[in-house]
Design a protein around this ligand. Structure first.
Ligand code: CTP
Length: 414
């Protein structure tokens, strides 16, 4: 069974479903949110019920589904004549997914003509709307004005994507896929989190140091722990810049990705951004050495006098050391987190690294273990502080490790 997601655990989410063919994605979304640990109360408009039945949502959420403003027979759920108040009270989020042009118009003008619209007026939690409609409809000034007025009142807009519609036409109005919708809901839930208003840079992945146009030196880092940290920071409400040399991992919704290749490029990106940020988390496995020269063309074995070329390496810059120098000169970030991947004498080397690199929190892991460290889903780390405090966390998913680190970062920021 998949792991729950702390950002959703115990949270009550009202999912408003309106009449679009994209309703089928809302079913999967309701299922995934439930599996993630949320309590999902679905409200369907009449039009939505033409695409999917309430029973479908009831089956995936295990909860009553609300459809009728006037129905007084509750069948175990909240009696619907007061459901709008009961549902709205204590909800963490009201997400209208998919949101049709008609529903957006009704919300924008404050109508109260069905259960969904009434509940939207009663609710005080954040409102998320994910429009889904034909591209020409979404571009219409009436729809755009209605969306803008909801956003001006604080609604979170999940921008539709570009793609093919059921009509066969293409355009901008397609409901994003479920992982992106989940990411958008995480970002919306995080808005009042412990890192709200903070800016965080996270580096991730092993850098690649070119030998020639086709070959490079790298290491076994996958970037998974760094990406999990970016997601955890977003869950806590931070604005995140992800400086990554990792490829092929899904970028957390809301993170700004800066793709880099080499240690030099990573250093340039970090130093360019580090003045204005609250936190730097160096989860990347930065190359310590790179080829002294990079061949302009592919090195051909037929042109070599000997069997194989001899590579001469040189040291790369230490990014954390250069950030330490900037901090001594009085520049941000206020909190710096470093990693230490060691295959022997873990604590000894980690403590030495913490002092040398001037970090406030050091995450040490033993990469000789098969279930922790590089390119696996789990990690077992020890968290060290300059005051000598050590916390050894048990084996857990990289997502949980990330949450533990972000919790401590928030505490350090105060
Ligand atoms: N790091 C860095 N710049 C480098 C190399 C590493 O900023 N050129 C950062 C890493 O992102 C990590 C920490 O320093 O947060 C420790 O990285 P690690 O590779 O474990 O240490 P090294 O500096 O390579 O030291 P050693 O060779 O002694 O292991």
């Amino acid at each position: 069974m998949s792991e729950t997601i702390p950002a959703f655990e115990g949270k009550r989410i009202i999912l408003g479903v309106t009449g679009s063919i994209a309703c089928y994605k809302a079913v999967d979304l309701a299922s995934k949110l439930t599996q993630a640990g949320a309590h999902v109360d679905v409200i369907m408009t009449d039009a939505a019920q033409r695409f999917v039945t309430p029973l479908t949502f009831q089956a995936v959420t295990g909860r009553a589904v609300y459809t009728d403003l006037w129905q007084t027979e509750s069948g175990g759920a909240l009696p619907t004549h007061i459901a709008h108040v009961g549902l709205a009270e204590g909800a963490s989020l009201f997400a209208i997914i998919p949101a049709t042009a008609d529903t957006i118009a009704r919300l924008a003008s404050g109508r109260a003509d069905d259960l969904l619209a009434v509940t939207a007026l009663a609710a005080r939690c954040p409102l998320v709307i994910a429009p889904a409609m034909d591209g020409a409809m979404y571009a219409h000034p009436a729809v755009q004005a209605n969306v803008a007025s909801l956003v001006a009142r604080g609604a979170v807009l999940v921008e539709p994507g570009f793609g093919r519609f059921a009509s066969g036409l293409e355009g901008h109005g397609r409901l994003p896929e479920v992982p992106a919708l989940i990411g958008a809901l995480r970002a919306a839930l995080g808005r009042s989190g412990a890192l709200a208003g903070r800016v965080v840079i996270v580096t991730a992945g092993g850098t690649r140091e070119p030998i020639d146009p086709v070959r490079y030196l790298t290491n076994r880092s996958s970037g998974k722990q760094g990406f999990a940290l970016a997601q955890a920071a977003i869950d806590a409400g931070a604005r995140v810049m992800l400086v990554s040399s990792a490829r092929g991992l899904p970028v957390p919704y809301g993170a700004t990705l800066m793709a880099v290749e080499t240690a030099q490029e990573m250093q340039d990106a970090v130093l360019a951004g580090v003045h204005d940020v609250d936190v730097l988390i160096m989860a990347a496995a930065v190359a310590d050495f790179r080829p002294r020269t990079v061949a302009e063309n592919k090195i051909k074995k037929s042109e070599l006098a000997t069997d194989a070329p001899v590579l001469e390496l040189e040291r790369t810059e230490d990014i954390l050391a250069s950030v330490k120098a900037k901090r001594i000169a009085g520049h941000s970030p206020r909190v710096v987190v470093g990693f230490a991947a060691e295959s022997q004498d873990l604590l000894h080397y980690a403590q030495d690294k913490m002092a040398r690199k001037g970090v406030d929190l050091l995450v040490a892991n033993d990469i000789s273990a098969v279930d922790a460290g590089f390119d696996v889903e789990t990690n077992r780390v020890i968290l060290l502080r300059p005051d000598g405090t050590q916390v050894a966390l048990p084996l857990m998913s990289k997502a949980r490790v990330a949450d533990e680190i972000i919790r401590r970062v928030a505490a350090l920021l105060g």
